[in-house]
Design a protein around this ligand. Structure first.
Ligand code: NAD
Length: 357
């Protein structure tokens, strides 16, 4: 297969972990006989330094014309002034908008060898293999908002949660599609006892559920789901929810795996290129040392192979290579301070375990 992949290394450890992920993609390309062309562009703080903008129109156009985009992380103390007009995260928001990605997927599957890295009891973590599907373009982050002093001298602020039925339908449809390739169970999370947006969400999810009789659907209130995620995490398969609930639940779910460095994510649109990135930030405290854990970025590359290039066999090969390296005791410093591997040594240990073909 021929594919064009734009890589946005970004700031801090972004360039280190994307270098590791690119090594894996290049190796997959060679070993499986594909032609994956990887080319880097600037985004985030580094782009502000170069052009005054966190992402240029040209880079946005290149991303939109690609088959997939692989991102490291953006931001850092140099660009952290809250009063600044131009900030690295604006590049990420512009990119998500430009690509029209509406679904953020975060698979959470604690590796058996790393169970003790999680603060949860081992017995609770056995068999956990869940996928959170978060709506990315609607909800309270994008509704009407305001803040201001009132005539009586009091200050008032508001944010509005808005959803269209079609926004709910397309994300729930995607969740059912993904569940069909997994354990055939969807948990739709809302706050239908209080919010009208959630009542509509539940009605739409129920309607979509009726179109997929082979997939079990249950509805949970977000407070219950938050509790069950740490009390019975193995009970979940696919969890689908709106933007803010998903933002909070995905970070909670990340704790199950022990290190931020291990978790990948994918952001998908209906038909255009997907955006793939580890869930961690630019980790300025360890940037430049070559010790960052590249597993989240490498597993994001596996998601890219699966969801944007439909290369399931290759995606599984990468995931198995990561499992194999961890099983063999390969660890970066976030998981094992003594005798830890560097970022690129960890990448090499993973590449070494890719099948010959
Ligand atoms: P962070 O994820 O960068 O770091 C949190 C902690 O986890 C740090 O101690 C860091 O060393 C560690 N860590 C993170 N990734 C790691 C990895 N791969 N290997 C080993 N250790 C790892 O979060 P933060 O410190 O809150 O944010 C730092 C900067 O990153 C900020 O400027 C923030 O705005 C930005 N950020 C960017 C994104 C993104 O690009 N999507 C996401 C979150 C934060």
């Amino acid at each position: 297969m021929d594919a064009k992949i734009i890589v946005l290394p970004g700031d801090g450890i972004g360039p280190e972990v994307t270098a590791a992920a690119q090594l894996v993609l290049q190796e997959v390309s060679t070993r499986f006989g594909h032609n994956l062309q990887l080319s880097e562009r600037l985004m985030g703080g580094c782009a502000i330094d170069r052009s005054g903008r966190p992402i240029t129109e040209e880079t946005l156009a290149d991303c939109a014309a690609s088959d997939a985009v692989l991102l490291g992380a953006v931001g850092g103390p140099k660009w952290d002034d809250p009063r600044a007009q131009v900030r690295p995260e604006q590049g990420l928001l512009a990119l998500r908008k430009g690509l029209g990605v509406f679904a953020n997927l975060r698979p959470v599957r604690p590796h058996p060898q790393l169970l003790k890295a999680s603060p949860l009891k081992r017995a609770l973590l056995r068999g956990v293999d869940l996928l959170v599907v978060r709506e990315l373009t609607g909800g309270i982050y994008f509704g009407e908002r305001g803040r201001g002093l009132q005539p009586d001298g009091r200050e008032r602020a508001f944010d509005t949660m808005v959803y269209w039925d079609y926004e709910v339908e397309r994300i729930v449809q995607l969740a059912f599609k993904l569940a069909a390739g997994r354990r055939s169970k969807v948990t739709s999370v809302d706050k239908a006892n209080i919010l009208d947006t959630s009542r509509m969400w539940r009605a739409v999810a129920t309607k979509v559920g009726a179109q997929h009789p082979h997939i079990a659907l249950d509805h949970q209130l977000v407070d219950t789901a938050a509790m069950r995620l740490v009390a019975q995490p193995a009970a979940f398969d696919v969890v689908v929810t709106e933007n803010m609930f998903g933002d909070i639940l995905t970070d909670e779910a990340a704790v199950l795996t022990g290190s931020m460095g291990n978790l990948p994510s994918a952001s998908l649109s209906g038909n255009g290129p997907g955006l793939y990135e580890p869930i961690h930030g630019s980790a300025p405290d360890i940037a430049g040392k070559g010790i960052a854990n590249p597993v989240g970025a490498i597993l994001s590359a596996a998601l890219l192979l699966r969801h944007s290039l439909q290369l399931e066999r290759e995606a599984v090969a990468v995931e198995k290579a990561v499992d194999g390296a961890l099983r063999a005791g390969c660890r970066t410093a976030d998981l094992q301070p003594v005798q830890a591997l560097s970022t690129m040594q960890m990448a090499a240990a993973i590449v070494q375990r890719l099948p010959k073909r």
